[in-house]
Each structure stands twice: as C-alpha cells, then as structure tokens.
Design a protein around this ligand. Sequence first.
Ligand SMILES: [Zn+2]
Length: 283
Amino acid sequence: MQTDVLNRFLFEDLHARGELVQLDQSFKQIVENHNYPDAVKQLLGELMAATCLLTATLKFEGEIAVQIQGDGPVQYMVINGDHQQRMRGTANINGQITGTSLNDLMGNANMVITVMPKNGERYQGIVRLEGDSLAECIEHYFATSEQLATRIWLYADSSEMLAAGALVQVLPDSEDKDQQMLDFEHICQLTATLKASEIFQLPAEEVLYRLYHEQTVRVFDPQSVTFVCGCSEDKCLTAIANIGQTAIEEHLAEHGEIKINCEFCLKQYHFDREKLKPLLKPN
Ligand SMILES: [Zn+2]
C-alpha cells in the first residue's frame, strides 16, 4: 500500500469535499533522534496529519505553520507544511510529563495557525485549545475563519509510528443549504465509522470505498507527503546577521564560533570568523 500520501476527493452530488492523509516514513523522520516521550509522539503525529489536511485546503502556493503553545510541560509543538506537502516539525519539552492527555501535555494552550502565501500577506488565526481533542480545535478554526462546516478525524500510533487523518468540508456552491447540511451530516456519520486500523493499513481507494460506496466520489491525483527540513547554511547566516555585528563579535570572542542547531532535523551548523566574514565589517 502507498503511504505518505494525501488524497483529495469530491462528493459529486452532495456539495462536499474530502481529504485523507496516511503517514508513515515522513512522520518517522520528523520524530527520529528526538527522544520524545510516547505521548508527545502521539500528539505530534496528530498535529502532522492535521497540518497536511490544512495545507491541502490552501487555494494558493504557500506554507502553513500550526503551532500549539501553552504552559504545560510541552512548551510548544509545531508542524510546518507547504502546498507540496513538504513537512517538518518539532516539540520543545520543558518539564516533567506526567499524563497523556492534551491538557497534561500542553496545559492552558492556544493553537496558532499561520498561513503564509507565497504571494501575499501572511495571516494568523488563534484558537483556544479547549476540550481534549485537537480535531475539535481545528474544526473551530474553520468555523471562525473560513465559515465552512468542516469535520476532522485524527489518528496516531506512537508504537508503530503511524499517523493519519480525514477531513470533510462543505463547498460554498450549494443553493439548498438545508439539504447540503443533511448530506454533510450523513457523510460525517459515515466517516466517523473509520477505524484507526483501517486508515493505517488499507490503501486509500479501499478506505474510500468502505466508507462511501453508496456515494459518487471523484478522487483526484494523490499527492506525496515528504519530510523536508529546509534548513541551510544560508538561512543560518541570515539569522545570525539579525543579531547584529556587536553581538556576533562578542559571541566569537567568547566561544570562537557560532553554533546553530536546527531544532527540526537536529543538524549542527558551525560558523567561525572566516565563515562569518560576509557579515562583519572590516575594522
Ligand atoms: Zn534542519
């Protein structure tokens, strides 16, 4: 079966659309080497699936960052994705993790969704993290920002290191809104029967057939999901330039070099005076 794949589909007669994402390697690559506790892997998996589903709703080229920040032992958690489903993510743990619920991990938290179009202004939506489901929180975001009824289901398995998700959303094109909502509820009831074992183990076509065989569903070309960190020496140099020449000089005097660790892929970058030359004015 093909994994690390996002499928978009359309309910031809019901004025609704859907997405299905199934993650394996790309999720493993995001968490590998980080030594996250299981509960954190689990939540990162759900957040990654959610971010894939969200980026797939973009109607333009660009990036989305979905960040949860709170006062719990996990300070923040973020997944970045773009319209090509290139994903990266990280979690910052700063305390003893004693439980596995969303609240145990994140405490009082907000979800910050930042949309960064390639051409255009970035915008941000902030949703209070209430209840114990990431899916609900994102549904709330859609209700307030897009005003389109949207339902999301998220799945993660921290022992098998698999994550997946499903989304259904009404289209704005219906004339009979009451009928559309009835149809939408029906699709949601069908989708809610989807088991983790099915979405983890069955090819997308089979999942779709099991759920919606009584509907006319048009499936579009699948899109691959990949882990791409995107960090580089150039980007590090830009970040270093931002701290200013005085701070660079001070840091070099004290440590002999500037070291940057990529928090996503854990790659280490080292910059000595020679490499920093373009940033330093000659005396
Ligand atoms: Zn990196």
